[in-house]
Each structure stands twice: as structure tokens, then as C-alpha cells.
Design a protein around this ligand. Structure first.
Ligand code: ADP
Ligand code: MG
Length: 405
């Protein structure tokens, strides 16, 4: 597999049009006029773009934002992201108001060596995510016609068989970008030779999405701390009642199976011992701490309680490797943010002690940044939650396998 660095070292990029698939899918505050609330993914995309531009390439960045339904929608425009990218690059970014149309073509024609352009949201075109190979292929043809070389650097989408990730790589000479390489290197360290104890913190809202990875993680980790929305299905599996907390009833049997498997493998699964319950899902809801055997039938679990914060911190204190995916509480609402803050603190201590700490998952990353932690307090903050989980599950990622061909 060729790397972007190989292309740069070979020294023949001057004047070449390089299409870079980046992941610029940042959270926007749509009520606040489209302010970027966490620019982590934009910052993570800069090094590859900058390196190609400094090598004299005409860099055409493409990316998606949110989930528009295959047609333009003003609120999902990448225009605010183009402005942020320009600030971070310290150089102008020409913005095309379409992806493969007249604006894209003339913007690319106008690029001089070393200049950078950004195309409008790829998902404004049905071809980007279509399940129909021909529809995707036609869109990929359009993208490929804009460039001479393709660099795949959007780690958050490498698990997707999308036109700009998969099909375009079949149409152009291609290389893997530095960000994707770094992400894969870190994941390899987690799966192949983790220093022990290896402690995993799993949270977030959906058990269904993370079920597959639980099984894989049980095989590589020493301890699994489960918090957040997914913990209630585990609590029910252990016989507790969880009131109005989110519960994935159809997955209850599978969860019981994992508790059993953990026992057989000698992996410790640690569940909350107390939770913060609220009478509704709002910041000013009535709330209080209860132990897990006293969750009132008319209330909902929103965060881990103080005893669980201490328990989880203790279980992290001797870790040499940590993988954290998914918030342990509804950190977006101030009264329910303390659990995540406590986990973040405990994880930072592991980094300080020389351990490898990895945060995977967009919301988990947003949580630690919201608390004011800096990226260098963690070993690695992944830009792709879904992609890292699929990698850890041992699935083939189409955006990577296509680069091998
Ligand atoms: P990530 O993006 O880090 O992988 P997820 O997308 O799986 O994380 O989950 C993030 C969401 O989970 C957050 O919006 C958070 O508010 C929510 N969450 C955490 N704890 C709970 C809970 N107890 N009840 C409901 N939602 C929760
Ligand atoms: Mg998420």
C-alpha cells in the first residue's frame, strides 16, 4: 500500500491534482448559526493536506457533513468548515459550491501548485452512499475526473463502501493518508500487543451498535467498565430494575451471554453501583443519586454516581492500556457531566504514568474537550468511533482493502 508520504518523497507531485478524502464531519451548533462546536476532525485533517500542498500538489479536499438525503441542504453546507480549514492551514481554501459540477470543475481549474480547494458536501449527491454500484460508480467517475491521484485520509469513513472512499480508489492511482495510517497503527497496538492491565471503558447510548465489539474486547482486554446508556441492559441482565432508563430488551439474552463469556475468560466486567436518576431528559430535571438496586420506576438513569466514579477510577488506576468508547453519562446536560469528567481525569492519570490511552468515538472526544482537557493529555484521540469499533471487531474495512488492490 502506497502512502501519501511515499508520493511526497518521490517528488513528482508538483502540479498534480490530488483528491484527498478527509473526514470533516464536525458537530455544528445549528441553533447558533452553524458554529463548529468541536473542530478536532478538521485539525486532524490538516497535516496531510498541508504536506501535499507543500509538495506542490493542487489539493482537492472532499468530505461529508451530517446526513443530508442526497440533495443540497443549506444547514449541511461545508462552507463554515472551509473557513475553519483556511484558518488552521493559514492559507486560502477555495470553496466549490458543488461536488462534480461546474463550480467544482472551475475551482479545480483555478488552482495553482500548492493551493487547496474544498468541494461541497459529498452527501448532497445520491451517488455518494448509494447501495447501487452503478449509481456510486457514476459519481466516483465525476470525482475521479477532477484529479490525477487519490489520497484516502478520512478514517471516520474507511468502514464505508462509499463513492469517495471505495469506488474512487478503483479509478485513480491511490495512497493512504497519514491520519488513517496513525489510526491503524494505534489500533494495532491495542489488538496485537497491549501492555497489561488493558482496561476498556464502554458507554454511549446504543447497545446494539457496540454488541459485536464487546465480544472482541472480552478476548483482548482484562477489564471492561460499562457505563452510560448501555449499562442499563447489563443491569437488567443481572436482575436489577432500571425504571425509565434506556433498555435494549431484544439484546438482553446476548448481554447475558457476554456476562457468562466474561466469566469463562476471566475478564472482569464492572457495572455501576450507583446512578444519577432524573425525572426527565433535561438540564433542569429533578435528579438525585440512588444505588442501582433502588432506581425508582418513574425515573431515568442519566449518569454514573459518585461511588461508581470512584470504583471506575480505582479500576483504571493501574491500567497500562486504556480504550474508552462512549460517554458514561449525558454530558451534554451539565448536571449529568460529572461521571465523564471523573473518567477523563482517571484516564489522564494513566497517560501521565506512561500508559497508552486511546479515546475512540466522536461524543467521547467532544466530552473531554468540553471539560477543557487537551488532546496531548491522551495518547490518541481517534477521529473515527465506528471505524475503530469495526477494526477491533476484526471486520474488513472496504476503504482499506481497496487500497491494497
Ligand atoms: P461515541 O460517539 O463516543 O461513540 P455514542 O454515540 O455511542 O458515543 O453515545 C453518545 C451519547 O450517549 C451521548 O450523546 C450521551 O448523551 C449518551 N448517553 C450517555 N449516557 C446516557 C444515558 N444514561 N442515557 C441516555 N443517553 C446516554
Ligand atoms: Mg456518537
Amino acid at each position: 500500500m502506497k502512502t501519501a508520504q511515499d508520493l511526497i518523497s518521490a517528488g513528482d507531485l508538483r502540479g498534480k491534482r490530488v483528491l484527498v478524502r478527509s473526514d470533516l464531519n464536525v458537530p455544528l451548533d445549528l441553533d447558533g448559526g452553524g458554529t463548529i462546536t468541536d473542530d478536532g476532525r478538521v485539525r486532524a485533517s490538516v497535516p496531510t493536506i498541508k504536506a501535499l500542498s507543500e509538495a506542490g500538489a493542487r489539493v482537492i479536499v472532499c468530505a461529508h457533513l451530517g446526513r443530508p438525503k442526497g440533495a443540497p441542504e443549506a444547514r449541511y453546507s461545508l462552507a463554515p468548515v472551509a473557513r475553519r480549514l483556511q484558518e488552521l492551514l493559514g492559507a486560502p481554501v477555495a470553496f466549490a459550491t458543488d461536488t462534480v459540477g461546474e463550480s467544482a470543475r472551475s475551482t479545480v481549474r483555478g488552482l495553482q501548485d500548492g493551493q487547496v480547494a474544498l468541494l461541497e458536501n459529498l452527501r448532497f449527491n445520491v451517488g455518494e452512499t448509494s447501495k447501487d454500484d452503478a449509481v456510486r460508480g457514476a459519481f466516483a467517475d465525476g470525482l475521479a475526473s477532477l484529479a490525477d491521484v487519490f489520497v484516502s485520509d478520512g478514517f471516520g469513513v474507511v468502514h464505508r463502501k462509499h463513492a469517495s472512499v471505495y469506488d474512487v480508489a478503483q479509478r485513480l492511482p491511490h495512497a493512504i493518508g497519514g491520519l488513517v495510517q496513525t489510526e491503524i497503527d494505534v489500533l494495532k497496538r491495542l489488538t496485537e500487543s497491549p501492555e497489561r492491565p488493558f482496561v476498556v471503558v464502554l458507554g454511549g447510548a446504543k447497545v446494539a451498535d457496540k454488541l459485536g465489539v464487546i465480544e472482541s474486547l472480552l478476548k483482548i482486554a482484562d477489564r471492561l467498565l460499562i457505563g452510560g446508556g448501555m449499562s442499563y441492559t447489563f443491569l437488567v441482565a443481572q436482575g436489577y430494575e432500571v425504571g425509565k432508563s434506556i433498555l435494549d430488551a431484544p439484546r438482553l439474552e446476548a448481554v447475558k451471554g457476554y456476562l457468562q463469556l466474561a466469566k469463562e475468560l476471566g475478564v472482569e466486567i464492572v457495572l455501576p453501583v450507583d446512578v444519577v436518576v432524573a425525572n426527565e431528559f433535561t438540564a433542569d430535571a429533578e435528579h438525585r443519586v440512588v444505588s442501582v438496586d433502588k432506581i425508582p420506576p418513574d425515573m431515568e438513569g442519566m449518569d454514573i454516581g459518585p461511588a461508581t466514579q470512584e470504583l471506575f477510577a480505582a479500576k483504571l488506576s493501574d491500567a497500562r492500556t486504556v480504550f474508552w468508547n462512549g460517554p458514561v453519562g449525558v454530558f451534554e446536560l451539565a448536571p449529568f457531566a460529572e461521571g465523564n469528567r471523573a473518567i477523563a481525569k482517571a484516564v489522564v492519570s494513566v497517560t501521565k504514568a506512561g500508559g497508552l490511552t486511546v479515546i475512540g468515538g466522536g461524543d467521547s472526544a467532544a466530552a473531554v474537550r468540553q471539560f477543557g482537557f487537551t488532546d496531548d493529555q491522551f495518547g490518541h484521540i481517534s477521529t473515527g468511533g465506528g471505524a475503530s469499533l469495526e477494526y477491533l471487531e476484526g471486520k474488513a474495512l472496504p476503504g482499506l482493502t481497496v487500497l491494497e488492490g
